[in-house]
Every structure is written in structure tokens, then in C-alpha cells.
Design a protein. Structure first.
Length: 201
């Protein structure tokens, strides 16, 4: 379980014990269920990261909701429901060259406008062959975007770099030259599912 989840699990668990001590069994049961859901939400399973060169993997678990192309590259959006794993993983191996946090609103993460209007944090990762911008986007019930690395840090493909608490979206901005390997509606797994392929030097 992600360490950020411990307060969300321990608080209702302690409250459940107090309620049980006072004989409030229904309240205790509901609080215990809440603690169980929080433990489930903040789960952090290990993943089998592909080792083949030239791959860009998904930064999050969820469903592909948008694939678009513009002058600045190709964008693949993945929506995370409250039941998905919310740990974010690096799509490529590379150096963190920029991190930009923007305090926006908390609108529906399924809306394409969320990429430009919602609270979000963009982390730019670069290696010798490709640069990828991964944007963590908060949704309606998201409470905090967490990003652990700093500029200058090195990330391996599939390495954990953060999470978004309670419902969110993750956008990958890719170079226009990559070959996108998913379609809208596909279910993807963070750190495992191949989102795109690129030519290596």
C-alpha cells in the first residue's frame, strides 16, 4: 500500500474500534468497511515492466479515453476510476528535466477540457531518443496530486513517481513520430501496457 494511504486507513479503523467499544456495532461495521476500501484504493501492486527497447508504457491504470494529434505531438489520455490503482509510473527510462504544477479547478476528469482547466502536474522525462510529458490531472473528488521526484532525478521505465488521490486522469504527450499502440476504450495497466513505440538510436 502507498504510504500516503495510511492516514486514510488508520483514521476510520481507530474510529471503528472506538465505536465497537461503545457498542455501536452498525457504525463500527461501516467504518471498518471504509477502512477496507481505503486500503484497497491505495494498493500498490508490483508490475512486470517490459524490457524491450523503444517502448512507452502507460503511466496509469485505467481506460483510454482520448487519442489526439496536434503540432506539439500526440496525446493519449487515461481515465482512472476510484476502483483503479492510482499509482503513477514513468512511461520511459530517462531524466526528469521539468516539473510544472498548475492550480486549476476540479472538474470532471473525463472531460477533454480537464487537460487545460483542472488542477494538474506535468513531469517531463527525457532520454537520448524521446521526450515524454506525463500530466497528472485531478478530477472532481481528487484531493491531492503527489509527485515524488525532483528535476534532475533519473527514472526507470515503470518506476513509481507519484499518485492522485481519488479519481483522476493521466495524459501522455508524445512526439508526433511515435506509433501509438492503443485505441480509445482500451483498458491499460500502469507500467505494463505498451502505449506507443519509437525508434531508438
Amino acid at each position: 500500500m502507498a504510504k500516503e494511504g495510511f492516514p486514510f486507513v488508520l483514521t476510520p479503523m481507530i474510529a471503528a474500534l472506538i465505536a465497537a467499544y461503545l457498542g455501536l456495532w452498525l457504525v463500527a461495521g461501516l467504518l471498518a468497511l471504509l477502512a477496507g476500501f481505503m486500503a484497497y484504493f491505495f494498493r500498490d501492486p508490483n508490475r512486470r515492466v517490459p524490457s524491450e527497447g523503444g517502448l512507452i508504457v502507460s503511466a496509469a491504470d485505467g481506460r483510454v479515453t482520448r487519442i489526439s494529434e496536434a503540432e506539439n505531438g500526440k496525446t493519449v489520455s487515461v481515465f482512472l476510476s476510484p476502483l483503479d490503482v492510482h499509482i503513477n509510473r514513468s512511461p520511459i527510462a530517462g531524466d526528469v528535466v521539468q516539473i510544472e504544477y498548475i492550480r486549476g479547478r476540479k472538474g470532471p476528469a473525463t472531460n477533454d477540457e480537464a487537460s487545460f482547466t483542472n488542477e494538474r502536474n506535468s513531469i517531463t522525462i527525457r532520454n537520448d531518443d524521446v521526450t515524454v510529458v506525463c500530466t497528472q490531472i485531478a478530477g472532481i473528488v481528487a484531493r491531492r496530486i503527489v509527485c515524488w521526484p525532483k528535476v534532475g532525478d533519473r527514472l526507470e521505465r515503470g518506476e513509481r513517481f507519484g499518485l492522485i488521490k481519488f479519481g483522476s486522469r493521466t495524459d501522455l504527450l508524445l512526439p508526433g513520430s511515435v506509433e501509438v499502440a492503443v485505441e480509445v476504450g482500451d483498458r491499460v495497466i500502469g507500467g505494463e501496457s505498451v502505449i506507443a513505440r519509437y525508434e531508438t538510436g
